[in-house]
Write a protein that binds this ligand. Structure first.
Ligand SMILES: C[S@@+](CC[C@H](N)C(=O)[O-])C[C@H]1O[C@@H](n2cnc3c(N)ncnc32)[C@H](O)[C@@H]1O
Length: 393
């Protein structure tokens, strides 16, 4: 540990514990508070020039081809690193134009992107002249997006952390209110495409599923240690898996003789007890449920939705993209509660003002991907965008 407040140059990527609680972090944040924006942007640009060698070589645009990115303006073609080399494919941003329509980026506007991922949404905001503070809990995402967004280093900063804690991190760093905030939740294409991360039931890998590889709970821990009733609840609640009881029972039976360690071991067992009908793999919903539990995704979403409206300027907008009905329901209910000006109860003589009403709904129905986007990116088929706008003070 340094004995005096470190300068920014003294930090190294691995030693910068954004989500830690130690003295170093405290000193770093104190330093940031002093330097405010200038420092924050400096911090944001230096740590993420790590190796991208481990990244998948898959590139849907084709190496070196010049093809417009969906919804984006300039520059055309795949993202490049600071040396001008094409970066490996990471993730295609979904509903990109729709997000821009909602957030209306422009020069001197400040945005928060809580799910930086491959940096697609953030890059589009930056291309419109905005400043962006971004966050991700995945080191690989930070490395990729940091390299991609280096040209915007004077207006872009990325922090490692879970968006459920964003208010604490940004509050300590002295960052002010936003013109717009975005979270595009769930996993990136990179997560699904990387067998070693353990998200895919179609590729052999460790049964891991952590987006933050430093967090203590893996999917293997859940299937090997949770009681049967708890596994069943998770599969029912987070997967809406009709065969939740049967799968939970089979997991507990099988793990007694051989603990689950790999993705294909679990997927194969599920296929045995629930033979395939139709196009969907029988392990799809179980893997979704385990991923949500491993990363505590619903709790993180709820906490973010509670805090985020307080970080918007009047007229500022909050946009959330979800990928399944469980998350979409949480967002819909939270936005409705935030956007209901009056509350009524049978025992009250008349409706009363809602003290928690901070926003107005920008649309009742979620925005979905256009046929053109679906043709380009089938993973956008379940994406739903909802948004609210902060009311005047
Ligand atoms: C769907 S991708 C976002 C893609 C991004 N919008 C883009 O344009 O490339 C989701 C990203 O959010 C991150 N993520 C998911 N939940 C998170 C959380 N609670 N806190 C921080 N990052 C999170 C994941 O690690 C992943 O990189």
């Amino acid at each position: 540990m340094p004995t005096s407040a470190p300068t920014l140059a003294q930090f190294s990527w691995s030693a910068f514990p954004w989500n830690g609680t130690g003295e170093l972090r405290h000193q770093a944040l104190a330093h940031l508070g002093k330097w405010r924006w200038r420092s924050l942007f400096q911090v944001g640009v230096w740590p993420w020039f790590g190796s991208t060698e481990s990244m998948d070589e898959q590139m849907p645009w084709g190496r070196g081809k010049s093809v417009s990115r969906p919804g984006g303006s300039e520059p055309a073609g795949p993202p490049v690193d600071p040396g001008g080399r094409a970066l490996p494919f990471y993730h295609l941003p979904v509903l990109l134009q729709e997000v821009l329509d909602v957030l209306q980026p422009g020069p001197d506007k400040l945005f928060f992107d809580g799910t930086l991922g491959g940096g697609g949404h953030t890059e589009a905001l930056l291309q419109h002249g905005a400043r962006v503070v971004a966050m991700d809990q995945d080191d690989e995402a930070l490395a990729h997006a940091g390299a991609r967004l280096k040209p915007y280093e004077d207006r872009f900063c990325a922090l490692r952390g879970n968006f459920r804690n964003f208010a604490q991190v940004l509050g300590e760093a002295g960052v002010g209110l936003f013109d717009g905030m975005l979270i595009d939740i769930g996993v990136s294409s990179r997560h699904l495409d990387a067998p070693e991360r353990g998200f895919s039931f179609a590729r052999e890998g460790p049964l891991d599923m952590r987006m933050d590889t430093t967090s203590p709970l893996t999917a293997a821990d859940i299937v090997n240690t949770y009681p049967q009733e708890e596994i069943e609840r998770i599969l029912r609640e987070y997967g809406e898996e009709p065969q939740a009881r049967r799968i939970a029972r089979a997991i507990v039976h099988d793990r007694a003789s051989r603990p689950f360690t790999t993705t294909l071991q679990l997927a194969g067992m599920i296929e045995r007890v629930c033979p395939k009908h139709g196009r969907r793999h029988p392990a799809t919903l179980t893997f979704q449920a385990l991923r949500i539990e491993t990363n505590q995704e619903i709790a993180a979403l709820r906490e973010f939705l509670t805090a985020a409206p307080h970080w918007l300027k009047p007229g500022g907008r909050l946009a959330v993209i979800t990928f399944h009905s469980i998350e979409d329901r949480v967002v819909k209910q939270a936005f409705q509660a935030l956007s209901t000006p009056f509350l009524d109860r049978p025992e009250w003589p008349s409706p009363r003002p809602n003290p928690d009403c901070l926003t107005r709904l920008l649309s009742r129905k979620p925005v979905e991907a256009s046929p053109a986007e679906l043709e380009l990116n089938p993973r956008a088929r379940s994406a739903r965008l909802r948004a609210v706008e902060r009311l005047p003070a």
